[in-house]
Structures are given as C-alpha cells and as structure tokens.
Design a protein around this ligand. Structure first.
Ligand code: SF4
Ligand code: SF4
Length: 414
C-alpha cells in the first residue's frame, strides 16, 4: 500500500478543542485521585506517576518514534538512534474525539489513540515517525489513517506461530525496520548498539519480574494499579529507559522491605484480556476495591509486556536479530498472533503457580481477537473448576456500579 499517495486522500478535520483537552485532563486527574486514595503506597511511586502523566513535556534529546502495541521490538529502534514512546491511549475523552473519525463498532482503544493524535499539543505531534504492527484490523487501519501525521512503518508479522517456518522473514522485516529508522536518524544500527539495547530492556524486564515476585509474596506491598503505573512509565514515556532503571531499583527495595498492615481476607485472581492503559484503570480499580489481589496477568500493557525475555544464542548481529524475531512473533500471548491454546496454557500455568482462586477477563468492547477466544477459555477453565468472570465493557464509567456488583458476587463465590 502506498501511504504517501495524496491523490483523493480525505483530509482529517481536527477535532482538537480546549473543551476536549480539559475533559482529558479531568479523566486523568480522576484516576490520579483513585490512586492517591489508596492506602500504603510506596513513597517512590510519585516519580512513575509524574513520568507517565507528563510524558508529552519530556525533553527530546534525539529523534522519537511513536509505536503502537507490544509487538514492536523497541531494541531495533533504540539501536538505530531513536527513543520510543508507546502511543496506544486509554483516555475516554480522547476516544470521544477519535470517534468522530472512526465511527461504527470500533474498539475504544483505537478511537482514543486517534483522539490523542488529533491533539495539537499531544505527544504524537512530537514524534518523527510511527511504527505500527499489522496485528488486529483496527491497528492495520490506523496505520493508514495515522500516515496523515508522519511517516508510518507497518511491521508485518506472520500469523502462523511456527518459528521454524517464519524466523527468516521476520529477521528480514526487522532489518527493514532498522533501515526505516535510519532514514529518520541518519544512524545505522550496529552489533554493539543492538546488544546494548537488548541488555537495557532485559534490565527493565528483570526489575518488573522481581517487583512482581515481591508483591505476590507479600500482597499489600504494591498494588496492581501501582505496578501498572510503574510498567507503563517505562513504555508510554519517551524519556530514555536508562532514567527509569534507578527509580525502579529504589521502588523494588522499598517493596521488598515492606511489611504491610494485616488486611481482611482478599481473593487472589489472574487477570487476562485486552490492553488496560492509563488512565483507563477502571477494571483495576474495581478489582482492588472489591477485595481482589491481582497476583498475575497476561495483559500486554502489564507484566505481560515484559515477561517473555529475548534469549540470545550468541553475540553476533544475526543472533541478536534472530532472538528479537523469536520474541516479537512467537514469545507473546496476544490472540492476534498466537494460537488459542498458548494464552490458555499461560493462564492455567499462572493460576497454578500463583495459587489463584479464579480468573477475571477484561473484554474491551469490539476487541474481537479476545472475544473470539472467550467461549473456549471459559469452558476449559470451568472444566478444570477454575472460576472465571468475563467483564465486558468499554472506556465509559457509567457501568462501573454494575461491574462492581458482578465482581463482588464473583469474589463471594470463590
Ligand atoms: S492486545 Fe495484542 S495487538 Fe492489541 S495492543 Fe496488545 S499485543 Fe498489540
Ligand atoms: S487488539 Fe483489541 S484493543 Fe487493541 S487495537 Fe485491536 S481491537 Fe483494539
């Protein structure tokens, strides 16, 4: 597809308005208030909240590439001389602006992401280019629409999860990505740079894994909401990842040393489903306030974004590309790419490993990849006597009480 073809291209009429910006700020501040109201938060958490909320004001020391989705191997972009920022959006007010251009039964995440691009002071306007995977239909179409805002590279990944058949074509695709970024940065990726970028993201992933181990051993030391804030501050901010590492080490030490106050009985649940993105923490708010501890998740914007490591089989450039290809296409449990049993097996493993009482699925409306798996996941879990709750919703807050009532009933049955 030629995205630069301007012939007959319908212009996007901006929906940016001070009123909608105010609404977006109100949505963020309401969620901040939810976080502030929670008891026993680590003293080092405000750094991550500020980093996330003020992402658009971050300085820009080098070219910046906006990415959508968990599938983009950021290491290639970092090594090619640019910083990355994830641009998927969870703001319900941004979804309202996006909806003016993406009408119909479209998932709110895609609408909100477009809404964010429409803001003249939004972080996408600070990006030099965008990298978007050909994952779900919404993301494929967004790649075309977002070409209005700058050069777009659409990363094509195979839908057949057979690494032996497809590793070569993914490596070729990653090299094409490196060449694309080089046209923006003027910097050609080299072996040392790629290995350094892999080592850097491995440090981030290791810290998140250790945070998760510490909080599941001692629920109450770090809430799932603060864990998501910490994870997303490393992905949804363009600040260099190196600057996230030290504060995360301080947070880890604090969580490991925490002796939480005794709490009333809470249920341990595994959370699965569609992306949960700041400031749409509605499902996390409900679970916490209803008395559930999320002890594991398969959410691509939660710990799932960091749980599949890049496994190097050597230190050559080719070995680095191959390890990234394996991880990008075959190591993630997103239903857009992996077989249905892959996510199911991951959920069951997490339930067993974390001694969870049940599984809660967050099903974002019109996110069909997850909907299509719903029935089989529910039946298989019920056959294994693992209680399952499906929370189908969107970004609106109007159904909060209904979802809360369903969650409370579910937790009472555990
Ligand atoms: S659910 Fe899958 S396709 Fe959607 S953002 Fe997450 S990893 Fe990407
Ligand atoms: S994976 Fe689901 S939530 Fe993400 S853009 Fe696609 S349809 Fe929307």
């Amino acid at each position: 597809m030629n995205r630069s073809d301007k012939k007959n291209r319908t212009p996007l009429v901006s929906s940016d308005s001070p009123g909608n910006r105010r609404k977006q700020a109100m949505v963020e501040s309401a969620q901040r208030q939810h976080l502030d109201d929670a008891p026993n938060r680590p003293s080092s958490i405000p750094y991550f909240v500020e980093r996330l909320v003020n992402a658009a004001e971050a300085p820009k020391p080098r070219p910046r590439i906006g990415i959508l989705c968990n599938f983009i191997p950021v290491e290639v972009i970092l090594a090619a001389g640019a910083d990355t920022v994830r641009l998927d959006c969870g703001n319900s007010a941004a979804a309202l602006s996006g909806e003016e251009h993406l009408t119909g039964d479209i998932c709110p995440l895609a609408q909100a992401t477009l809404g964010l691009f429409l803001r003249e002071d939004g972080i996408p306007r600070t990006c030099d280019a965008f990298v978007i995977p050909a994952s779900c239909d919404a993301k494929r179409k967004l790649a075309d629409i977002l070409a209005h805002f700058g050069p777009v590279f659409q990363l094509a990944l195979p839908t057949d999860p057979d690494s032996a058949c497809h590793a070569d074509e993914i490596v070729a695709e990653l090299k094409r990505l490196a060449a694309f970024v080089a046209t923006i940065t003027g910097h050609t990726l080299n072996r040392a740079g790629l290995l350094a970028a892999i080592a850097l993201t491995a440090r981030r992933n290791d810290l998140i894994r250790r945070l998760q181990v510490a909080r599941t051993a001692q629920p109450g030391s770090l809430s799932i909401r603060d864990l998501f804030v910490t994870v997303q501050a490393s992905l949804f901010s363009p600040e260099p990842l190196e600057t996230w590492i030290k504060p995360a080490e301080i947070l880890l030490a604090e969580v490991q040393a925490c002796v939480p106050e005794p709490r009333s009985l809470r249920r341990r649940v595994v959370l699965t489903g569609s992306p949960i993105i700041w400031p749409n923490f509605k499902p996390l708010n409900i679970l916490e306030l209803c008395g559930a501890d999320v002890v594991a998740d398969t959410i691509c914007t939660g710990t799932q974004s960091c749980s599949d490591p890049v496994v190097l089989a050597g230190t050559s450039l080719d070995a680095a590309y191959r390890a990234l290809a394996e991880r990008a296409a075959f190591g993630l449990v997103c239903p857009c790419f992996c077989g249905q049993t892959t996510r199911l097996n991951r959920i069951i493993d997490l339930v067993e490993k974390q001694h969870a009482d049940g599984v809660v699925q967050y099903a974002l409306r019109f996110c069909h990849a997850f909907d299509l798996e719903n029935c089989r996941i529910e039946r298989t879990l019920r056959d294994r006597r693992i209680p399952f709750l499906n929370l189908s919703t969107d970004y609106n807050l109007e159904d909060t009480e209904l979802l809360r009532a369903r969650t409370e009933t579910f937790l009472e049955t555990l």
